[in-house]
Design a protein around this ligand. Structure first.
Ligand code: UDP
Length: 412
């Protein structure tokens, strides 16, 4: 595949944005940057880093990516943290805090001592902030989840670790925290229009990947693509489909995968499969192959795209479908609310019945689906593409040289 260059984005985002990125990168030229997270595969953060890092290198920043290691016990507890940060009641114990700290100690050698900037993603590697050498370089914490209703007990444990870095990035204004002493930045994440997951596909290519799983290009279907995670509400999506099925003879496809830092995924998958097997017309594709092209083809071909999440950081999968001109029906939560302008670029729903209602509207009114799909595409094109994010990130890195407090909005 041809290597994508920054200039290739000009037709989509305009020349001035690309020029701006170059100017900002010039100020940071030669800087060494380390991203640290907890998985190379599965989930939105791995998706972001895979696309972002090559472009950061291209603009002259020496950027690398490190993954922390942990036992299953560690990833079980960070999953509990994840759920509790999303505001769901979960048991968090003192022992978990101790084990979390122990795993951070075991990973401290992974910190690149020569990095000018260390960027931590999500709570899993956050505790590494205790091992930074003060004054040597700048550290940033990127929070990709909705912590607006975080468990107070857990936040009391994590926020001192956040206060040890130089700035925290959140996806939407509602996720910022009034009690932090460091600068906070609000900027949405992005998709890469040239990635395998989002690039244009020919009809022949789409047919090929649909056929692999028993579908054809002229066939209508309802789709949800998500990790097997309760917060994505796979059972809710299935319930909505059951209602739609009463009026439309159409299949439902659920494409899902697993992430190494999400151990309960297997259990959620088994529970979901049990229920899905009881409903005619349901196809569950676990770990599609090749993942990105299959997801791309199904998103392009779907008549209705659901994302029935109960909680969501941003929901890149929504962005991806909007980019493919789909009026997504999304759970009224977190970052989905920020992407979908209700009844303009998709539909926000609070219930299974709501998801079923709008699915039926879209199926019976293709003109509405086309109009909203077009508007969805434009929303992504103007706000949520890789160069938008890179510009914001460079601004954040530069601003750490002039520390202040408060919240800076970088969402346009
Ligand atoms: N995804 C995928 N294959 C699957 C299921 C999901 O590639 O079988 C991708 C999806 O396309 C998206 C990412 O996983 O790029 C999920 O990111 P999102 O922000 O929607 O949710 P997260 O999993 O990070 O909570």
């Amino acid at each position: 595949m041809k290597k994508i260059k920054l200039e290739d984005y000009i037709p989509l985002v305009g020349e001035s944005l690309v020029m701006e990125i170059k100017l900002l990168a010039q100020q940071l030229k030669g800087a060494r940057i380390q991203h640290i997270n907890s998985t190379k595969t599965g989930g939105g953060v791995a998706e972001l880093l895979n696309q972002l890092i090559p472009l950061m290198n291209e603009v002259g920043l020496e950027t690398n990516w490190t993954v922390i290691e942990g036992t299953e016990e560690f990833f079980d507890l960070t999953k509990s943290f994840h759920v509790a940060l999303h505001g769901t009641k979960t048991r968090i114990t003192q022992k978990m805090f101790q084990f979390y700290k122990k795993t951070q100690i075991a990973n401290r050698e992974k910190i690149d001592k020569n990095a000018d900037f260390v960027i931590l993603h999500d709570p899993q590697p956050l505790g590494l902030s205790e091992f930074r050498q003060k004054g040597k370089n700048k550290w940033i914490w990127c929070c990709h989840i909705d912590i607006s209703e975080a468990s107070i007990r857990l936040w009391r444990f994590l926020s001192p670790l956040v206060d040890l870095v130089d700035g925290a990035i959140f996806h939407i204004p509602q996720f910022t925290k009034a009690d932090l002493d460091i600068p906070q930045y609000v900027m949405p994440p992005f998709i890469d229009p040239f990635s395998e997951k989002n690039k244009d596909l020919t009809k022949v290519e789409i047919s090929k990947y649909l056929k692999k799983y028993g579908f054809s290009i002229n066939e209508q279907f309802i789709l949800q693509v998500s990790r097997f995670d309760k917060l994505k509400d796979p059972l809710g999506a299935l319930q909505a489909f059951k209602i739609v099925q009463k009026s439309f003879d159409i299949p439902f496809v659920y494409i899902g995968n697993f992430a190494p830092d999400d151990p309960p995924g297997e259990r959620v998958y088994k529970e979901f499969i049990q229920e899905a097997n009881k409903v005619p017309g349901v196809t569950v594709i676990a770990n599609p192959d090749p993942n990105d092209l299959v997801v791309n083809a199904f998103q392009r071909s779907a008549s209705v795209v659901l994302q029935k999440s109960i909680r969501e950081g941003f929901g890149l999968v929504v962005t991806e479908a909007m980019w493919k001109k789909k009026a997504v029906i999304g759970g009224n939560t977190g970052g989905i609310r920020y992407q979908i302008i209700d009844e303009k670029t998709g539909f926000l729903v609070n219930t299974v019945e709501g998801a079923a209602f709008w699915s039926r509207q879209l199926l019976s009114n293709p003109k509405l689906a086309t109009l909203l799909g077009e508007q969805a595409y434009n929303r992504v094109k103007s706000n949520f593409l890789l160069p938008h994010y890179l510009r914001h990130l460079l601004c954040v890195l530069l601003s750490t040289k002039h520390p202040g407090r408060g919240v800076t909005y970088l969402n346009k």
